[in-house]
Every structure is written in C-alpha cells, then in structure tokens.
Design a protein around this ligand. Sequence first.
Ligand code: GUN
Ligand code: ZN
Length: 441
Amino acid sequence: MSSVIATTAVRGRFLDIQNTVAQARDLHDQVRYVEDGLLLSENGKIKWFGPWQDGQAQLPPDLQVQHYPDQLIVPGFIDTHIHFPQTEMIGAYGEQLLEWLDTYTFPTEMQFADPAYAQKMAAFFVQELLKNGTTTALVFCTVHPQSVDALFEAAQQMQMRLIAGKVMMDRHAPEDLCDSAESAYQDSKQLIEKWHGKGRNLYAITPRFAPTSTPEQLARAGQLKAEYPDVYVHTHLSENKNEIAWVKELFPEQNGYLDVYHHYGLTGAKSVFAHCVHLEEHEWNCMHETDSAIAFCPTSNLFLGSGLFPLKKTWEKQVKVGLGTDIGAGTSFSQLQTINEAYKVQQLQGDKLSAFEALYHATLGGAKALELADKLGNFNLGKEADFVVLDLQPTALQQLRQSRAKGLEDSLFALMMMGDERNIHSTYIYGQCAYVKDHAA
Ligand code: GUN
Ligand code: ZN
C-alpha cells in the first residue's frame, strides 16, 4: 500500500517542538522555527526537512513544490480523547456528568446499533477532525462492534492514524446499550484481530468507566490486555466528585478509583485515562509508576462543571499528558479552542500555560501520551508526514491582532486564544493534502 503514496514537497514557515525527553517545563530550547523551510515526504514519511536553501537540491527535478509563504505549518494536532458517536450532541444543556450520561448520552449512542447510521456519522466525524487540523485521535465508539468498523473504515479511506475501540459496558446503563463480560471480551478480541495494526489503525480496549463495568468485565478487559499487550487501554478516571464517590461505593475493597483499574491490570504505558481532575496523591504516584497517560479535556471539564485540571502537577510528577476535546461533553473539535480553555483553567489556578507548552501538548506531548512519538509529533526525519497549514489571519480582528504581534511566541499565543477551524488552511495526511478550507463542503 505504501508504495503508491506520492512523493510531495511543501515549502513554508515551519514550527515544531524537537524535544524527545521532556523533563523541564520551559520548552524554549526545544522550539524549532524554520522561516523558509522545505518538507519532503516519500511513502508518507518525512524524507527531508530543513531550510529551503539547503534542501532544494534534494528535490526530484519534476516535483511540484506547494508553497505557503504566508501561513504557519505545524505538526498535525493529536486529540487524546474524543467520542465519535457524541458528535451530534455537543452543547446539551444543564447537567453534570452522571445525569448528562443518562439524559443525553445513552439515548444518542443507541442509534449506533444501525451500521448505516454509524457509517454516516463516522464520515462526518473524520471530516470534522480534518477541518480542525486533527490528524490523530484516540476515540471512543459505542458498545456496538459495527460502530468500530464504521470508524476504522472511514479513517482508512483517509489513511489517518486513529486509535479506537468498542465500549465495554455491562451495568448501570440501558439494557440495549449493555454487553456482557463474555460478549465484550469476544467482540473486542475479534475487533483487535480485524483492525489492530491494519494500515494505520490501532485498537484500544475501552471499558467506559468503572461504574458501568462489573468486576467480571474488568477482569476480562485485563485478560485481553494481557493477551494483546500491544493494544491500548482507554477509559475515564476521576472526572466528577459524585462519580468518584460512586466508584468507592461499588469497589470498597479497592484503594480508590485508579486502584480499580490497576487491580485489573489496566494501567500501563499504553493506558490513557481521560480527565483525572481529582486524583489523590497516591494516584498521581501510581500514574507515574505505571507510565500511564492522562487526557486533559478542558472544554469538557468546564462544560460539565467537573473541575480544574492541575496541569502543573503532570510536570512535577512526570506523568504523560495530552489534550482531549472529549466531544460531546467538550464543546469544540478545535485544538486551538481546547488550548484557549486550557490556558484559562490554569489561570484560575494561578498557573501559566505558555504558547510553546500548549503547542507541545497538542503535538509531541500528545504523541508521547499515545506512545507514538517515534512516528508522530514533529518534523524529525522518518516520522509520518501529518501536518497542518495554519492561516493566522482569517478574520479582520485576527489580522489586526497579528499585525501587532511582538514576535513568534506572541503571534502563536494570539492564534491559540482566537483561533478555531477558520484558521485551518489545509491538513496533510501522510504527506498528501487531505483537506483544504475553501474547497470543503
Ligand atoms: N464517563 C463515562 N462516560 C463518559 C462520557 O461519555 N463522557 C464523559 N465526559 N465522561 C464519561
Ligand atoms: Zn469522554
């Protein structure tokens, strides 16, 4: 398959974060800015990257160069937590997590029993990711295996690198949305065999959250992880105070919420826990010791009134963290909007999220959280050529603000505070242009 991918060359202003071992929060030393750069991609991978004047000699003689003199090119955004079946229910009024699930989420997810409906929504979802410059995501499907097929088929058509899985849920939800410990195990196993490592697709074992799985089902999830150590685990953790109290009631023998997952073998380097707003100290330590990752979902945490995520603590405790939109509790597919809200969440805690740190979390940091930093996250040679061409001034107000920008960092920060899908000029997947703003439906 890879041999048919066209060689492409893109010239423009490139910005990425080079660091491979993040210990210090100040990333200024790791910022790589190439004012007039060239990225050559071959078979979907970065074959050459650097200043145009050094690279132009590398170009095959008849290769057309796509030039973006006025834009800014950054690595593709990585969304480390999102629900594709919740696309249609963004902005559902009035409830916090547990009531929101019962009132809005479960009825919406029921529709995905119909494969045709799942396919229609998967196609919309993938387009929405591309429109927002998101090139990789870790995605919740529904309990229905056909929802996973629909999503992976849509991703495969665009050659996108997605990680996804079937929800495992055998209690505390409507009967039509429940599987069993055994069927969840069998269905997930079949989906792993069918999709994990096929093209760019990767599979995640996806128990919804501890309250909707029996101990038997969590044990089966752990069994799957032991049988397929290379697949991911993706679930929710410590999002809402009522949820946490409920987990403590349901699993009194465990030492808190995270210990439920840990007990069943579901922590580890390829485990991603969405939210983690209210972790206790011993849980932070467990996250670090098991090399588990967090998806920080600011628009969702604010929308559902869940709380303020302490981003600074991830640096102190050396816990991997990426950004998640958490659609449909989150209110935007845009990583720029997500950064905007993340900044405000830190402000409310007396902390500062810098533009370069935010870019890191949205790209290389997200890749690290997903254990994909050898393939994604910056323009290093050999990585997959997924990137976004950003338009810095799609509106009169942004034009005015950008004209007053005091250098690159200020310009990037203003983009992050004001930007959204209007700022996505083009999105490239595997070196190929997969979306252009003006020509999109
Ligand atoms: N916890 C369990 N399920 C969900 C969900 O669908 N969304 C969010 N935000 N939290 C959850
Ligand atoms: Zn979620």
